[in-house]
Design a protein around this ligand. Sequence first.
Ligand code: DUT
Ligand code: MG
Length: 183
Amino acid sequence: MKIRGFEVVSNYQDQGINLPRRQTLASAGYDLEAAEDITIPSIWRLNFVRIFRLIRNGHQIFERDYEMAEKLLKPILVPTGLKAYMPEDEVLILANRSSNTFKRNLSLPNGIGVIDADYYDNPKNEGEIFVQMINYGVRPLHIHKGDRIAQGIFMKYLKTDDDDPIDRQRISGFGSTNENEGH
Ligand SMILES: O=c1ccn([C@H]2C[C@H](O)[C@@H](COP(=O)(O)OP(=O)(O)OP(=O)(O)O)O2)c(=O)[nH]1
Ligand SMILES: [Mg+2]
């Protein structure tokens, strides 16, 4: 019987995606690997530095300057090629690996990632798990396919006495429950 686990999404079938594994008997996290080579640029890129220079020198900052910097601050979504299934009262928490911050200046800008049980097999992206990442170091970081980038921990979550969820269908993630957003 299937209870909880990981599967490879259709787009990545036969592309050598490894199912996540725990590294030791008592490790809580299943290590997730990047499904592709990807570069995470530093947030301190030229245009961003330019904004700081403008602010420091007391220049007027135009809307286009903000827009340019905001574009650069967007986190990179690292594909995993994986989806996770679990009972409805469980959640998969994505957590950073401590070595990412300790050695590489690589962090999850959302702190933790919340992978809902109903994200699995959603109509828009099949429930593929993406890891949002920012590189707060000064050099670009090259992630290689197969690098372990984050860890997933399955947990039970609790409900309030008067729990009354809005009964809508999850069609995707990343703001999909806001109007006209999502990914
Ligand atoms: O790091 C993450 C965080 C979320 N998700 C997916 C799975 C999750 O079930 C869905 C929604 O995430 P969340 O509820 O945290 O984001 P939201 O901004 O509230 O989006 P939504 O309106 O789609 O719920 O996006 C990821 O793949 N990676
Ligand atoms: Mg949500």
